[in-house]
Design a binder for this molecule. Structure first.
Ligand code: PLP
Length: 369
């Protein structure tokens, strides 16, 4: 069994993808070709955002967002400790100070109370609280109602790192429209992935949108050789945009299939493990279906048994950021990062994608039982 099966989807839409790729080879506009603009319109429409700006990957999307918000030395940027390194690494790149926030143990997303403590700490250290980067971990949107309010009270902006959460909702509103700026990734294994690297930014703010579009093209002004700001090269390849246009068409159906698989896992496993908690009014894009065991030893034993029955499981993430060499001396919640710590030693994720049939679900559940 595969942990993420990309082949089944490819079999389903292969001929449409071939046609799209052939069209790009025919027109030859490999950089910023017409499919790029077409995709941006389709993605903005899907996400319910006014603007979508595609870019080279999800990490660049975060960097471009921080650059557009003019985050710099002396600014504090708040990031959960339990996430992929990308969310944090862009902060020192722009010269700002990273502050690591703990997570809510039931959702694995940023804890609003911890965020408040971190903001006070940063202020005491003489920093300007500038941006909160909330992560939609495993596909579940972060607690934007509270995080947006706390951030606004402190004069801060909110970036949603929805690399895993694209398509998730809160009260019917999709990621892309839940924070000031939303970023996502089209890395192949993400819920909406292409066949290489890709990413995108979403916002309703016209000024940020035009700045972000400029930054991804070397800080371009009105013409190609007119550079009005410091930028970078972070374009989405036309071929990847063409592939994503076909993948986006089947995405809503795939999200339903993920939701079905997640519900089955939960009803069959909730007596044995801590199953994911989806708060009232929220929906997840199920980038990962993540269980928690009661101890590290139990987790490791269950994973080994599953492996012996041919069922792959993975740990996202085995180390919180505050234990990574690169980030271990970062500023952090003064009350500690206990929940991040505990999650990294007890969680494990099951096979999850849009083409899990009943037989695979049952095989996985039996192996864990
Ligand atoms: C994958 C991921 C990213 C980075 O995306 P890339 O396209 O690989 O650069 C950022 N944040 C989170 C939470 C991710 O899972």
């Amino acid at each position: 069994m595969q942990f993420i099966d990309l082949a089944e989807q490819q079999r389903r839409i292969r001929s449409n993808i071939d046609t799209r790729i052939a069209a790009v080879l025919d027109h030859g506009k490999y950089i910023m070709g017409p499919e790029v603009g077409e995709l941006e319109v389709a993605l903005a429409d899907y996400a319910g955002a006014k603007h979508c700006i595609s870019c080279a990957n999800g990490t660049d999307a975060l960097l471009i967002a921080l650059m557009a918000l003019k985050v710099e030395h002396g600014d504090a940027v708040f990031v959960p400790s339990f996430t992929f390194a990308s969310t944090a690494e862009v902060v020192p790149v722009v010269g700002a100070t990273l502050v690591l926030v703990d997570i809510d143990p039931s959702t694995y997303n940023m804890c609003p109370e911890s965020l408040k403590r971190c903001i006070s700490t940063a202020k005491r250290e003489g920093l300007r609280p500038a941006v909160t980067i909330a992560v939609d971990l495993f596909g579940l949107p972060a607690n934007y109602p509270e995080i947006n309010e706390i951030s606004a009270e402190n004069g801060m902006k909110v970036i949603s790192d929805s690399a895993q959460g694209f398509g998730g909702t809160i009260n019917g509103k999709r990621t892309g429209s839940l924070a000031d700026i939303t970023t996502t990734s089209f890395f192949p294994a993400k819920p909406l992935g292409c066949y290489g690297d890709g990413g995108a930014l979403f916002t309703d703010n016209d000024e940020w949108a035009s700045i972000m579009a400029s930054i991804r093209l070397h800080g371009k002004g009105t013409q190609k050789y007119d550079n009005v700001r410091v930028g970078m090269n972070s374009r989405l390849d036309t071929i990847q945009a063409a592939i994503l246009l076909e993948k986006l068409k089947v995405y809503p159906e795939e999200l339903n299939a993920r939701q079905y698989a997640a519900s089955q896992y939960t009803s069959l496993l909730e007596n044995l493990f801590v199953t994911p908690r989806i708060p009232e009014g929220y929906s997840s894009s199920w980038a990962q279906y993540t269980l928690a065991a009661s101890t590290r030893d139990e987790r490791d034993l269950v994973m080994e048994k599953a492996r012996n029955s041919g069922v792959p499981t993975m740990i996202y993430y085995p180390k919180p950021l505050h234990q990574q060499t690169a980030y271990s001396s970062s500023m952090a919640d003064p009350s500690g990062l206990e929940n991040s710590q505990r999650a990294s030693s007890t969680v494990f994720s099951l096979p999850m994608h849009g083409y899990l049939d009943e037989a695979k679900i049952v095989t996985t559940v039996r192996a864990l039982q």
